[in-house]
Write a protein that binds this ligand. Structure first.
Ligand code: T4K
Length: 385
């Protein structure tokens, strides 16, 4: 290379760097509602001057959500974590709660914030959900509840969990953060357990920017949850419980109502992408996709792959970094395990071999409705090279 004034003359043409040509592909990308339609809703809100505290959009959103999900009652929240905290308060859970180490940390945090003791149970080695067969051995006189997670939206073994809960009179609160629209035998998975908690965070199948909901089965429980999310207030001058502020404003509720228009087609698109990934990633030594599960309608919001480094010829982290170097930002959900964080380390009382193994192997590949076939092919090409 020689320099003439300020102009750099290149003797040899430099090939374009594929990395600089590709825009980053993140693990997910939210779908946003039609902006013109949102503007129309905003105009209504501006005219009414009613912007929060159980307004008309809020009420309509709860009703539409219940209809869409096929559940009895929905209480919307400002995020899934506050909804988890409130669900535990609503059922007045005390003592020990059996839960999973293979989840986002909010699951266990909600227990500690309620002064409850999380008791970590191992997961099944295929889907990463709480292993129902291992719950019983962890039950003590202090156990009052089970908090399983439908990881990646794959339903837990809801019938086995129900059986053990009945036998020992335990409450079941599902962290259903990933399970919007998921069904088992044509019935919403949210109809299982005493309560289920959804997240509507930007990274979830269905988003309201930030948001969440508690699903319950009867009007009295919904009333209690609604009081708790509004400081425990029941009237102008009465407070019946130490509630919290979990309320949803009218802008968010209006946004959520519009999101209901496109969620089904988004899920269909993600189903097609999942099928494409599965087809193209089959028969790669040391790379496992999650097997199909019978009688279940999924929402296809995550695409985890599991790397056995001995057979694949590269470790999970090597592949993760290789993807990153090529502008593909998968995520290692859920590594490290919750029980690897300093706050929880001393709370792991039994060994968790399955959870450890899948946390060591997992990468969630990009999956969202707007992901193109070209992008999928590009991701596959980097994995296969
Ligand atoms: N229980 C479970 C099982 C959960 O997974 C979660 C949340 C909760 C409870 C609690 O629910 P919330 O209180 O959050 O409602 C994300 C989310 O922040 C978190 O909501 C979620 N689980 C967790 C699994 O993932 P990060 O740290 O991975 O998010 P972030 O910001 O790195 O986003 C990932 C990618 O998504 C970005 O690289 C790009 C893309 N993205 C993200 C945002 C925020 C966008 O394209 N646009 C955006 O606005 O935690």
């Amino acid at each position: 290379m020689e320099k003439t004034n300020d102009i750099t003359l290149l003797k040899e043409p430099i090939l374009p760097n594929i990395n600089t040509m590709k825009k980053p592909i993140f693990v997910t990308q939210p779908t946003l509602p039609n902006l013109d339609e949102f503007h129309t809703s905003l105009k209504e809100i501006w005219a009414s001057k009613w912007i929060t505290n159980n307004g008309t959009f809020h009420q309509q959103f709860e009703l539409e959500l219940a209809k869409h999900l096929g559940v009895n009652y929905v209480s919307i929240f400002n995020n899934g974590t506050i909804a988890l905290l409130t669900a535990l308060q609503a059922l007045e859970i005390k003592g020990e709660v059996i839960t999973t180490p293979y989840s986002f940390v909010a699951t266990a945090n909600s227990l500690l914030w309620n002064n409850l003791t999380p008791v970590f149970c191992d997961v099944d080695p295929i889907y990463g959900n709480l292993d129902a067969a291992k719950i019983e051995t962890l039950i003590t006189p202090n156990t009052t509840a089970i908090m399983p997670v439908h990881v990646y939206g794959t339903p837990c073994d809801v019938n086995a969990i129900e059986q053990v809960a009945k036998k020992y009179q335990l409450k079941v609160i599902y962290d259903a953060a990933h399970a919007f629209g998921v069904e088992v035998n044509n019935n919403s998975v949210l109809n299982y357990g005493d309560l289920s908690v959804l997240s509507f965070h930007a990274t979830k199948a269905f988003n309201t920017v930030e948001g969440g909901a508690i699903i319950c089965h009867d009007a009295a429980t919904k009333e209690k949850i609604d009081q708790l999310k509004n400081f425990g207030i029941t009237g102008e001058t009465t407070v019946v419980a130490p509630g919290i502020n979990g309320k949803v404003n009218e802008l968010t509720a209006a946004y959520g109502l519009l999101q209901l228009k496109t969620i089904d087609s988004d899920i269909e698109k993600c189903k097609t992408i999942t099928a494409s990934y599965k087809e193209k990633l089959s028969n790669i030594k040391g790379l496992q996709c999650m097997p199909n599960i019978k009688n279940t309608k999924l929402n296809y919001s995550y695409f985890p792959i599991f790397i056995d480094e001995n057979k694949f010829g590269m470790s999970r982290d090597e592949l993760y970094n290789k993807l990153k170097e090529n502008n593909i930002f998968g995520r290692r959900y859920f590594y490290p395990l919750i029980t690897d964080f300093p706050t929880y380390k001393n709370l792991a009382t039994v060994s968790l071999p399955n959870a450890k193994e899948i946390a060591k192997q997992v990468i969630c590949l990009p999956l969202y409705a707007a992901l193109t076939q070209d992008e999928i092919n590009y991701i596959i090409s980097i994995i296969k090279v």
